[in-house]
Design a protein around this ligand. Sequence first.
Ligand SMILES: Nc1ncnc2c1ncn2[C@@H]1O[C@H](COP(=O)(O)OP(=O)(O)O)[C@@H](O)[C@H]1O
Ligand SMILES: O=P(O)(O)OC[C@H]1O[C@](O)(COP(=O)(O)O)[C@@H](O)[C@@H]1O
Ligand SMILES: [Mg+2]
Length: 532
Amino acid sequence: MEASISLIGSTTKPNLSSLIIPSSSIVLHPRLPLPALRLKKVSVFPRISHRNRLIRAQCSDGLRPEEDDGFVLEDVPHLTTFLPDLPSYPNPLKESQAYAIVKRTFVSSEDVVAQNIVVQKGSKRGVHFRRAGPRERVYFRSDEVKACIVTCGGLCPGINTVIREIVCGLNNMYGVSNILGIQGGYKGFYSKNTMTLTPKVVNDIHKRGGTFLQTSRGGHDTAKIVDNIQDRGINQVYIIGGDGTQKGAEKIYQEVERRGLQVAVSGIPKTIDNDIAVIDKSFGFDTAVEEAQRAINAAHVEVESVENGVGIVKLMGRYSGFIAMIATLANRDVDCCLIPESPFYLEGKGGLFEFVEQRLKENSHMVIVIAEGAGQDYVAQSMRASETKDASGNRLLLDVGLWLTQQIKDHFTNVRKMTINMKYIDPTYMIRAIPSNASDNVYCTLLAQSALHGAMAGYSGFTVGPVNSRHAYIPISRVTEVTNTVKLTDRMWARLLASTNQPSFLTGAGALQNVIDMETQDKIDNMKISSI
Ligand SMILES: Nc1ncnc2c1ncn2[C@@H]1O[C@H](COP(=O)(O)OP(=O)(O)O)[C@@H](O)[C@H]1O
Ligand SMILES: O=P(O)(O)OC[C@H]1O[C@](O)(COP(=O)(O)O)[C@@H](O)[C@@H]1O
Ligand SMILES: [Mg+2]
């Protein structure tokens, strides 16, 4: 059987013999018997930013299964890609008591996770990612590992659980004892002392909110960070953070590869907003939704105890309204949910004022949940706003919660001459600062273990996360190139509208078309990415 291979994203022409050898670093097609494979053609394309590694194989034995079934593996880099002579060792898990009776301790190099699991008869197989988990061979001797952990960006419930489980997992499963904590985010690499992390030190940190290692925004200096990694002899870097952090992790990986260092760079996606693409859900999200119930319930109790009570609860979500949407769906006392993805308007037919008045007439009270990023352009029209950014370059938002409170108050007092009782609750930081709940703790444990198995197995420049409930290694660039947002044209938003019976605000001129245009563009961008 012959195959032609395209390596997209490779900087150097690959050594053919190393590609012909069935290696754990390149899986061509899960159905291909690798030892029988002969290479027909190898093409090397220049690096493209949105696809780190895409490895496709095309059979030329007449069957052409990949061409027919459209299988694509979006692979992650492996240290042997640029260090082909790196020795490997049997995985110490072979001797592990914990895994003694497990049927399949090791994940096969042919196991992949499908990005799309809803298919039709005759669908192309589509994009797949490498399945996460321990591998038969590792590329680090346990006593040689010097790992470090860093946390960057905003807080999120569960960060401490991930830290704890990386430390305990490396120690218990791989016998690694040399683990450093980098304090205060990326800048901590070059501006602070490190701390030693042992299972004892991190034993109960999962019971606390925040990050044991502290965090920061800004301060990503790739050269300084990699110099520091090199100077300290660090060979595994675990980076916990959101979209910004993952972009930084990608740059660190690229510099590590450029310098030819045996350093595994592993990203663990963190975002309370659930705005990271590809993965099912980010850790801490469930906890945030649960905690949001307390604020919504408080608002509801307040407003149902007075006449014409209007409660407004602001939840986090800069560009993605997932917390607001799911917290609303979970609660049932919310009359209206406003998210960044769905523009709304106040005045006139189908507007928010009309809806508030209608609910007050019906129930004498109502609750609005609003995501912090909702209606930003609208708010900016009535406020003199200057574009300010945080240290990482994220746009600072206008306070839509306060603004909406004032608008509703003014309208009913001055225009409708009605007395209303406004209660505004902003629980955003209170939600973000709590420890993770039970299900997030389990999720964080899996993330940490998947990350360290991947690093020990020599993968690098990857992000870990569940894709259709199976943990996978995903090229970092794949999770940073698009923001995960609520799709108004998907059924979940319709479920919410059906549950609250609120207006869709799509009656304004061109509003519906705008949404469709935006989402179509998103889809086209995604399709371009998936079809390369
Ligand atoms: N494009 C980028 N390239 C390199 N580093 C980045 C980039 N964007 C953000 N960072 C760094 O990542 C860290 C966290 O980013 P930030 O956007 O604040 O939070 P989050 O990672 O949670 O989205 C900061 O130290 C910031 O300097
Ligand atoms: O801590 P800060 O800088 O006030 O951050 C607030 C922002 O952080 C977030 O929680 C998200 O932060 P990340 O991008 O770090 O995940 C937003 O929802 C919120 O706007
Ligand atoms: Mg972010």
